[in-house]
Design a protein around this ligand. Structure first.
Ligand SMILES: Cc1cc2nc3c(=O)[nH]c(=O)nc-3n(C[C@H](O)[C@H](O)[C@H](O)COP(=O)(O)OP(=O)(O)OC[C@H]3O[C@@H](n4cnc5c(N)ncnc54)[C@H](O)[C@@H]3O)c2cc1C
Length: 324
């Protein structure tokens, strides 16, 4: 059985995505369990600098080509498939990101191996790959035993510690020629940078964060009053930003920002992995949710399983009272 592990490294503007370090750390453990080596794969117009930052891997293969500059899933898919077909790793780890969600299924088809998506845990048990897929926003954890000994796994950001994948060791990099055919039907247009933030929520000690449980834009006043009483800004889960109720700069999570306040109060937020990824390192997490089984309670230090429309005004009153 092929026993090596490959990690597809994501990078943008010279910065490697945290999920890639998380996968490198986990990939190292998997490779050891399989008795194989860990390879990192880096694609891009300028991929070498990112490749050199992957010292955790036993070998780093990088492919540079103009067609791999912006994110073009077809061109990236072809380059990736060519590399993986040649080195035949047992496990390929791809981030469950916007890019990875495009790449992982295509790569699995190209290699003729199964794909497991939304992976939050993975182990080798008796030589078998066992992956846990977190479905429906983390409400269902499906344990999957992969037959055949090979798989592509798309890994949720935040599932593994990034530190384990970071190393000062010089990386053993090797430039690989791109495949002759990188032709694509997709044309990358441009990268849209996020708008400048009114408030930098990553620097705040206290955050009141609101989710879809608030039900209506007009109800935001209730949580804004609590934030005002505490003297902190309001942040939000992604749906509220998608609805245009809150600015993008206030979005916590995978496609927003990562925050580490001393206190994070999550109100009407279910605790989907993409949200939790951005706030799980807060020193104290308080969750208010009417569903006692909401996944947010798995990361909360204090939980109130009740209707936010009862709890939040009472909490605001109490804070005002205490502050005099
Ligand atoms: C690629 C990708 C990136 C993503 N990036 C992000 C991201 O950066 N940030 C992010 O947040 N999400 C992100 N998401 C979306 C994420 O998967 C979830 O859909 C989202 O976090 C859910 O938001 P929510 O918890 O506000 O809403 P819901 O999941 O709908 O939860 C609402 C919660 O409110 C509770 N509730 C309802 N009424 C009340 C009440 N009266 N009182 C108390 N509680 C109540 C419910 O029990 C429920 O738990 C991303 C998804 C993808 C696929």
């Amino acid at each position: 059985m092929a026993a090596d592990v490959a990690v597809v490294v994501e990078h943008l503007n010279g910065t490697i995505a945290e999920v890639s370090f998380e996968m490198l750390g986990q990939g190292k453990r998997l490779a050891a369990a399989l008795g194989g080596k860990l390879r990192a794969i880096v694609l891009g117009r300028d991929a070498r600098a990112a490749a050199e930052a992957c010292g955790t891997a036993d070998a780093v293969l990088y492919v540079e080509h103009e067609a791999l500059g912006g994110f073009d899933p077809e061109a990236h898919g072809k380059a990736l498939a060519a590399l993986c077909a040649e080195s035949a790793p047992a496990v390929v780890l791809v981030g469950n990101s916007s890019k990875g969600m495009d790449l992982a299924p295509d790569l699995a088809v190209a290699l003729g191996v199964p794909v497991v998506t939304n992976v939050g845990a993975v182990a080798i048990e008796g030589g078998t790959i066992v992956a846990t897929s977190r479905l429906y926003g983390g409400k269902i954890h499906a344990e999957v035993q992969v037959a055949g000994g090979r798989a592509v796994l798309s890994v949720l950001a935040g599932a593994f510690p990034a530190e384990a994948g970071k190393s000062d060791r010089p990386a053993a990099v090797e430039g690989v020629a791109p495949p002759a055919d990188l032709a694509s039907r997709i044309a990358f247009q441009r990268l849209i940078e996020p708008e400048a933030a009114d408030v930098d929520i990553t620097k705040e000690d206290v955050l009141v964060s609101v989710g879809r449980g608030i039900q209506d834009k007009d109800n935001l006043e209730i949580v804004q009053e609590l934030a005002d009483a505490l003297g902190c800004p309001l942040s939000a889960s992604r749906p509220l930003v998608d609805l245009g109720w809150m600015p993008k700069s206030r979005q916590v999570g995978k496609s927003g920002v990562t925050v580490k306040p001393k206190l994070y109060i999550a109100i009407g937020i279910s605790g989907a992995p993409e949200h939790v990824q951005g706030m799980k390192d807060a020193a104290t997490i308080v969750a208010i949710n009417s569903d006692p089984k909401a996944p947010i309670f798995d990361v909360a230090h204090y939980g109130v399983a009740a209707d936010l429309f009862d709890v939040v005004p009472a909490l605001t009153e109490k804070v005002r009272e205490l502050k005099g």
